[in-house]
Design a protein around this ligand. Structure first.
Ligand SMILES: C[S@@+](CC[C@H](N)C(=O)[O-])C[C@H]1O[C@@H](n2cnc3c(N)ncnc32)[C@H](O)[C@@H]1O
Ligand SMILES: [Zn+2]
Length: 285
């Protein structure tokens, strides 16, 4: 089977029994050009083998009483065009510091994934344009790559090849269209620090754990990092808005509230970056 054919609708049959509707969580039925919800009747189109399952929106979609004016809605719309996605992904190949941090990310991801053994199925959400997916692919039999932005998913599908079978889709990390415990693990890189409220960050982590049987790998921007300390010191002069951060203790607490342990939390580059990679492993029942 060719690599391109890996994303044909036929391959979606491999996830047919774990897919659910992102609106009502009912079982869905995969048809040739769309996915039909058996519960609420919602229809999700399939284009070029990519199901469009992203449910847009923030706290109002899971908690009708929350009226957060600050939210990540605008960010959800940033990469809908493939040209914007291309810009993002090409920068990571061309800018020296970004190339350095990507090399370190490769190394960290491989080390953390190796520590969890081989997976039957991994979910990468958000996958962006597939910048990191070749590092995940060797650790799983099937890789599901999802992002809220169709531009990113289209870019990744066109530009990143792999021997490992993959399925692409659009999906929101706030409404992951999969049943509980569908994946061995979920990898969520560089989304948390775009979420401006604790409510959104908690929802993200809860959803990642809901669909993961064994582990979650997630990055966050460390409040106590040198990078953030310098930013806070400069703030009275440059008036830049504060970063959207978490502390290691907050991440540990979130892991614990979801029945998991924060096992490791290495920084990406302690002097030049505030990002940390958190490996959180679910407690055995
Ligand atoms: C900084 S990029 C990181 C992409 C990829 N993980 C990487 O490291 O190259 C963040 C991605 O999150 C996606 N995104 C934003 N809000 C989202 C949400 N609620 N659910 C899923 N993806 C989201 C954006 O479209 C964007 O592709
Ligand atoms: Zn439904």
């Amino acid at each position: 089977m060719s690599k391109e054919a890996m994303s044909s609708p036929a391959d979606l049959a491999r996830i047919a029994n774990i897919l659910i509707c992102p609106k009502c969580s009912a079982q869905v039925k995969i048809q040739p050009d769309l996915i039909l919800c058996a519960g609420c009747g919602a229809k999700y189109p399939i284009h070029e083998g990519i199901p469009f399952l992203a449910r847009m929106g923030t706290a109002n979609t899971w908690d009708g009483t929350t009226k957060d004016e600050t939210n990540s809605k605008e960010y959800q719309e940033q990469y809908h065009e493939i040209e914007k996605a291309a810009e993002y992904n090409i920068e990571y190949k061309e800018i020296f510091l970004k190339r350095m941090s990507t090399a370190r990310e490769y190394m960290l991801l491989r080390r953390l994934l190796k520590s969890q053994g081989r997976s039957g199925m991994l979910l990468e959400l958000p996958c962006g344009g597939g910048r990191l997916s070749p590092q995940l692919a060797p650790f799983t039999n099937l890789l599901v790559e999802a992002d809220i932005a169709e531009g990113q998913v289209l870019y990744g599908k066109k530009n990143v090849t792999s021997e490992t079978p993959r399925i692409w889709m659009t999906a929101s990390a706030f409404h992951i269209p999969f049943k509980d415990d569908s994946f061995d693990g979920t990898v969520c890189i560089r989304l948390c620090h775009h979420l401006p409220t604790a409510n959104e960050r908690e929802r993200l982590i809860k959803e990642l754990f809901r669909v993961s049987k064994r582990f979650v790998i997630m990055t966050f921007f460390d409040y106590h990092s040198l990078k953030n300390l310098l930013r806070r010191m400069r703030q009275p002069f440059d008036h830049k808005p504060p970063k959207m951060t978490m502390t290691v203790d907050e991440v540990r607490k979130q892991a614990s509230e979801n029945g998991a342990e924060l096992v490791e939390c290495p920084s990406l580059m302690s002097l030049s970056s505030g990002h940390r990679y958190a490996l959180m492993v679910k407690n055995k029942p």
